[in-house]
Design a protein around this ligand. Structure first.
Ligand SMILES: [Zn+2]
Length: 436
């Protein structure tokens, strides 16, 4: 008789290793997946059972790029170009409102949005990240967290040296934690210097942690970097020795074939955010080429201020569709590759090599998706169903690191009414300031 802490049953299990398993069961012990088997194949006992015949069971989604606390700026300024949006609205609002208390009140609601739409791992770059990490550790959302480092004052610290000091302390505080992975976040080539990049790379390598950076998000940025350094952003980063398998390159929209090859050769992770890129008309990343060339491709929502959603199901569908339009090829970015980017490869982008699949020995980050609603039936192909028909709100249960975080659509680690109440406090201040 096999004993599990949790079993999760599904009409379909989605596994990149084993394929689609009908009437399958995931058996979890402690923080890891112990066994994947078919119903009736094994005698077992379990303290808890989730899922059933009305569910697809799959690895939790991995959001490789977001700014969780920016949930407070959702809808504050839409339909604007990136630099106007940043300079006129976002940076002034951040300067005025973003404090440790703001982070503590905004992050729980963003975490709730992510968990309730199936995200089990997210990569965050923002400010006061010690406070964010504490909130996220208590909630139990797996998070790769970087303090933003910029060549001008941030809400956390007045210059980049102090921001780096903060970062190193932050890393020491959290390294080795079961769900929090500290990371380092030199913001972008255009907001840093070669010296900052060099220091960030050294710290990343010293602690063997992800290095998050925004790269080639807009054509303007590419032109600016070419003017300043005589090279495109990827070639510039390569020339200063910055690129490695630790790098998480957010956006990566304006890459030519040779630059994609550089990324493949250096095993650089890509955190593509196609909805944010579309909304800000920044451009469309070459997803078809990323996949064909074997680039390490993950998907991200970017922050709520530019998306305006953290729902990875929306991101998956949009990625598949925009990829087909952009490449003029309806066979490009098939559902299985998009789902792989949103799970297994996304986990690799963030430096996890035992996460992102239903596989024995992998970390038990597992979700169930309901499939008996009018919009979600019938299901002939569960993979295409997840990418094209499912909604984030179809997520019913979320297990992270072997712990039930969300069950039957109820939060187990967030007092959601209290979190929403606290959040209204910061929203009111923003609202008053902008006189809406
Ligand atoms: Zn970003």
């Amino acid at each position: 008789m096999e004993k599990f802490d949790i079993v999760i049953k599904g009409r379909f299990l989605i596994s990149f290793k084993h394929g689609i398993i009908e009437n399958g069961i995931v058996g979890i012990k402690g923080p890891r997946i112990e066994k994947i088997f078919k119903d009736g194949e094994l005698e077992y006992e379990s303290s808890q059972t989730l899922g059933g015949e009305d569910y697809i069971v799959l690895p939790g989604l991995v959001n490789t790029h977001t700014h969780a606390a920016m949930i407070a700026f959702r809808g504050l300024a839409d339909d604007l170009p990136l630099f106007e949006w940043l300079q006129k609205y976002i940076w002034p609002a951040e300067g005025k409102f973003v404090k440790a208390d703001f982070i503590k009140k905004a992050v729980p609601v963003a975490a709730a949005e992510m968990i309730s739409t199936g995200t089990t791992t997210m990569a965050d770059m923002y400010f006061f990240q010690d406070d964010a990490a504490e909130v996220l550790a208590n909630i139990g959302l797996r998070s790769v967290i970087a303090e933003g480092i910029i060549n001008f004052p941030t809400p956390t610290a007045s210059n980049w040296k102090k921001q780096l000091d903060y970062t190193e302390n932050f890393i020491k505080n959290w390294i080795g934690h079961e769900v929090i992975k500290p990371s380092i976040g030199p913001h972008a080539p255009y907001t840093t210097t070669p010296e900052i990049l060099e220091r960030a790379r050294e710290i990343g390598e010293k602690y063997n942690i992800p290095i998050q950076i925004h790269v080639a998000e807009t054509k303007n940025e590419v032109d600016e970097i070419v003017k300043k350094y005589g090279k495109t952003p990827v070639r510039y980063l390569d020339s200063v020795g910055f690129l490695s398998d630790l790098v998480v390159s957010a956006h990566s929209v304006w890459l030519d074939d040779e630059e994609i090859d550089i990324y493949v050769e250096k095993h650089v992770g890509i955190a593509s955010c196609p909805q944010s890129n579309a909304k800000l008309a920044s451009g469309i990343a070459p997803h078809k080429k990323f996949i064909e060339k074997g680039a390490k491709l993950g998907l991200g929502t970017d922050g709520d201020a530019s998306n305006n959603s953290l729902d990875m199901f929306q991101e998956m569908k949009f990625t598949a569709l925009i990829c087909k339009v952009f490449s003029k090829d309806p066979t490009s970015c098939p559902a299985v590759e998009v789902l792989r980017a949103a799970t297994l490869t996304g986990a690799r982008v963030l430096g996890y090599y035992d996460l992102g699949d239903l596989r024995e020995g992998y970390l038990a980050d597992v979700i169930t998706v309901k499939i008996n609603e009018p919009h979600s039936t019938p299901v002939y192909n569960p993979v295409s169903h997840l990418v094209y028909a499912a909604k984030g709100t179809d997520v019913n249960d979320v297990v992270i690191n072997g712990k039930v975080i969300y069950s039957d659509k109820e939060f187990k680690t967030i007092d959601i009414e209290n979190a929403k109440y606290e959040f209204t406090d910061i929203v009111k201040k923003i609202n008053d300031k902008y006189n809406r």
